[in-house]
Design a protein around this ligand. Structure first.
Ligand code: SUG
Length: 417
């Protein structure tokens, strides 16, 4: 079987809530304290997966992590009853849904030795995300247990922050062929934290045995981070030979494009100018936090949030592009509003793995029947709503824990309990 791109979506967990935990993430900050709808959120996520399956794309998923994270609370000498509210919220967060931050993945054709390499992100910049990696690691170890095809590393140790595939792009003639890998890092000093440290990116490139001649390290622009692009995938996305980017995504855009073209002359760089779509519009609409995918027909589609359609400047630019000769031929809006309100668009919700699907543990691969079973569990067990002052309620804690166990059981994944 040929190597294909499989999108693994994080199932939106039963503890999904709006706690304003991510400074620099405008949606998270502006929705702090709002009442969330975990059930609707998770069903929106499943519908996105279903839509992708129907487009003929390979689809996988990851289970929600065990929340509240009692092990983490214990390590801090506290528990859900005694902890201060910001620690309660950090322990309770369903942030592992944003699977683009689960790991960095280098497909086998890019790596010396011919294995697909995965490094779970350490996510050390934000306290609520810093305790995701053990749960993520356990899940990746199950899904990609086949050592003839996958090499799973430990997360990079602090102090170097690593936020995974959200700051990593790959350009290649086709998914199964060797490509160039681009690591985008931030420099601290602006109003918001830069979450991806260059030393973490370099460590991953070395561990993944990438060819230095085909690896690039590019600085994200400081104004993009200041405008709320806390990850590169808020301002740029790549697929095969196409890079779709905002004009102000990189600190030195001309040097970045030249370096890319020098390593891959056939790269097609589609630049959205700031005088058509401002950084503020890009961040508000999540135009670039889209899944740029190759359909079975060979055409490229952009799976983007409905918020992008609602923004007339963004939609106007896209319609012109599709009407012209641009490489993006189809626009597919999806409703992931519950996740969007925490700063997570369609691209945040998925981790791309290029692999032969038969080498992946089949329990993590989606089909319509499995999505139906998952939807039934979610409809029966996920809380309908969560208000911020409910997080320490023992009844809610128990409901959240039981709901996850019910989903693990339905997916035959109780080994993760
Ligand atoms: O890390 N939001 C996430 C969103 C992650 C989006 N991922 C990518 N761009 N790839 C974050 O900022 C908000 C949680 C809260 O405020 O309750 C949050 O963690």
């Amino acid at each position: 079987m040929a190597l294909v791109e499989i999108n693994f979506d994080g199932v939106i967990g039963p503890s999904h809530n709006y706690a304003g935990l991510s400074p620099g993430n405008i949606a998270s900050a502006s929705n702090a304290g709002a009442v969330s709808q975990p059930r609707a959120a998770a069903l929106q996520g499943l519908e996105k997966m279903r839509a992708n399956l129907r487009l003929g794309l390979a689809q996988g998923f990851f289970m929600p992590l065990d929340r509240p994270n009692l092990w983490w609370l214990d390590s801090l000498g506290t528990d859900m009853v005694r902890a201060e509210s910001h620690i309660q919220a950090a322990a309770f967060s369903a942030s592992a849904m944003w699977a683009a931050n689960a790991a960095t993945v280098s497909p086998a054709p890019d790596c010396r030795g011919g294995l697909c390499h995965l490094t779970p992100a350490n996510l050390v910049t934000m306290p609520h995300r810093s305790h995701e990696s053990p749960g993520t690691m356990a899940q990746l170890a199950l899904a990609f247990a086949d050592k003839d095809h996958f090499a799973l590393h430990m997360p990079v140790l602090p102090p170097f922050g690593d936020e995974g595939a959200a700051n990593h792009m790959r350009l290649c003639p086709s998914h199964g062929e060797a490509g160039i890998e681009i690591f985008v890092y931030g420099k601290s000093g602006g109003p918001f934290p830069a979450r991806q440290h260059i030393e973490a990116s370099k460590a991953i490139a070395r561990r993944h045995q990438l060819n230095p001649e085909r690896t690039l390290f590019i600085q994200q622009s400081e104004i993009a981070i200041a405008a709320g692009a806390f990850h590169n995938d808020v301002v740029a996305v790549a697929n095969e030979r196409v890079l779709f980017t905002h004009e102000q995504a990189f600190e030195d855009p001309e040097a970045a494009y030249a370096a890319i073209r020098a390593k891959m002359p056939e790269a097609e760089i589609v630049i959205v100018p700031a005088d058509r779509v401002s950084l503020a519009d890009a961040v508000q609409s999540y135009l670039f936090n889209a899944q740029l995918v190759t359909l079975p027909s060979g055409e490229m589609a952009l799976i983007l949030p409905t918020e992008a359609k609602a923004n007339s400047r963004v939609w106007g630019w896209l319609e012109e592009h599709v009407a012209g000769n641009g490489p993006i031929r189809r626009l597919v809006p999806v409703d992931v509003r519950q996740s969007m309100a925490n700063g997570g668009g369609p691209a945040c919700l998925r981790l791309r793995v290029v692999a032969d699907p038969t080498t992946v543990d089949q329990r993590f691969i989606a089909d319509e029947a499995k999505l139906d079973r998952m939807a039934a569990v979610i409809a029966a067990h996920w809380p309908e709503s969560i208000a911020p002052d409910q997080l320490s309620d023992p009844a809610l804690v128990k409901q959240v824990q039981d709901a996850r166990l019910a989903l693990l059981k339905a997916c035959d994944l109780s080994d993760l309990a």
